[in-house]
Design a protein around this ligand. Structure first.
Ligand code: PLP
Length: 464
């Protein structure tokens, strides 16, 4: 059961089209966020009847909510193969917060090194700069992680590398990294490994493997909103020992056993790391999404998403003027997700994204995808061009930021949708689109004057 058999909230909702009329929306922006599964939304509705704050509330609803919250934690742990004895599942807001939390809590030595890579989302790059010495692994010409370069960096900084922090899959080209090979290399060099699973976890099975296994993933981070549960929860899994000592990153209610006017004694994990009221609904939602993913089964999910990807790559390869980053070879998609970045010759990426949206009712994303070093590497932007661009951005002119257009699929997308998207891209490449788009230089975005933006006709806070 995949494709149109998967029911997501708001599938094919009619959206206005430039020049009049409406079309069923095609969402090809799943790498940014997925819609909610209907079954997840229904579970949230059912749960809300029983919702109350967790932990020490004595009312039935509070006890039920506490049970559901902890069940959700156990479901998450099982889903990623985390050993519950040695590991803790910490609920946070999103993958970004999980990575920041880890960066702040990790016991870095003053000379400690984090090895990350050029292909990272900014969320798995910027947090490390604050707390450690960051070393980057290169990518190959077509954008794959250079594993030999990781080996070289590990050897170069041997004895100082404490953590290898790499993405499980990129949010630009969709390339999947061999996380267990990377783990083995990190461990052999005496380091731990953290995997940014924001893209990988929703699309491929992830098994952290038992502690002590050379291929074990020490830390894993991901987000509910990218896996059909957009209710605001993120997940950080890691060894209890890392979070047992020291002060929690955020302090306040729920984190303490004893507070005097002078001192605080931290409580047990995971509460110590979840200051304030947690996102109980988000945790329930992500656990329900996991249940549904398990019911559908990874074989079916991977096969479906690979079929969509192969179809899209073949179609894009045949459109004159379209360049796909990472290539269009679909003969083996084992290490490639349904996330495709491309450009159309002679058309700014932001214009292509705007035409897809305004004239075709297709939701995509364009730009750098919060992965500027990677996009610059893929586009072969040289130093001089990068400097010139930075200068313009500093002057608040974002109109010429190098970037690409990205389409990204989920389990509910269909082959017909892929065809419609590729037909639209082919039309754009032939120059078949309106010419009255307006470029907002400061935002770097194209808009269409007169387009229907009466959003409160579609969603209103006044509706009963
Ligand atoms: C690879 C990767 N890492 C981290 C993030 C950050 O995720 P979040 O927005 O849930 O914090 C994203 C979001 O796009 C991502 O694609």
């Amino acid at each position: 059961m995949t494709g149109s058999a998967i029911r997501v909230v708001g599938r094919a909702e009619l959206v206005p089209i430039a020049g009049g009329g409406a079309r069923p929306y095609i969402n090809c922006d799943n790498a940014a966020s997925t819609p909610a599964l209907e079954s997840v939304a229904a579970a949230v509705d059912r749960f809300l009847r029983w919702y109350s704050n967790v932990h020490r509330g004595t009312g039935f609803k509070s006890r039920l909510s506490s049970w559901a919250f902890e069940e959700a934690r156990a479901i998450v742990a099982r889903f990623v193969g985390a050993d519950p004895a040695g590991n803790v599942v910490i609920f946070c807001r999103n993958a970004t917060e999980g990575l920041n939390r880890l960066a702040h809590r990790y016991p870095f030595r003053p000379d400690g090194v984090v090895i990350t890579s050029v292909m990272e989302h900014h969320s798995n790059e910027l947090p490390w700069r604050k707390v450690a010495n960051v070393v980057h692994v290169a990518v190959s010409d077509d954008g794959r992680l250079d594993v030999a370069d990781l080996e070289a960096r590990l050897a170069e900084h041997r004895g100082r590398v404490q953590l290898v922090a790499l993405t499980g899959a990129t949010n630009v080209t969709g390339f999947v990294n061999p996380i267990h090979t990377l783990a083995r290399l990190a461990h052999a060099a005496g380091a731990e490994i953290a995997i940014d699973g924001a893209q990988l976890v929703p699309h491929r099975p992830v098994d952290m493997k038992p502690d002590g296994d050379p291929q074990h993933i020490d830390y894993l981070v991901f987000s509910g909103h990218k896996m059909y549960a957009p209710y605001g929860v993120g997940v950080l899994v890691g060894p209890r020992r890392t979070f047992l000592g020291g002060d929690p990153d955020l302090v306040g209610g729920g984190t303490v056993d004893i507070v005097t006017l002078e001192e605080a004694y931290w409580t047990d994990l995971p509460d110590k790391e979840e200051a304030g009221t947690p996102d109980i609904v988000g945790a329930v939602a992500v656990a329900k999404a996991i249940r549904v993913i398990e019911e559908i089964g990874w074989d079916a999910i991977v096969a479906h998403e690979q079929a969509l990807t192969a179809r899209a790559l073949a179609r894009l390869a045949a459109i004159p003027g379209v360049a796909v980053y990472g290539g269009t070879d679909a003969s083996d998609l084992t290490d490639r997700l349904g996330t495709i970045a491309f450009n159309v010759a002679g058309k700014p990426h932001a214009l292509v994204a705007a035409v897809l949206a305004y004239e075709h009712g297709i939701g995509v994303r364009s730009g750098c995808f919060c992965a500027q070093p990677y996009v610059k590497a893929l586009l072969h932007v040289d130093q001089a061009a990068a400097r010139a661009m930075e200068e313009r951005i500093r002057r608040r002119d974002r109109s010429a930021i190098p970037g690409a257009v990205r389409i990204s699929f989920g389990i509910y997308n269909t082959a017909d949708e892929v065809d419609s998207v590729c037909d639209a891209i082919a039309a754009i490449a032939r120059g078949e689109h309106r010419t009255d788009y307006r470029l907002d230089r400061e935002r770097g975005e194209y808009t269409l004057p007169g387009a229907d933006e009466a959003f409160d006709r579609y969603f209103s806070f006044d509706e009963a």
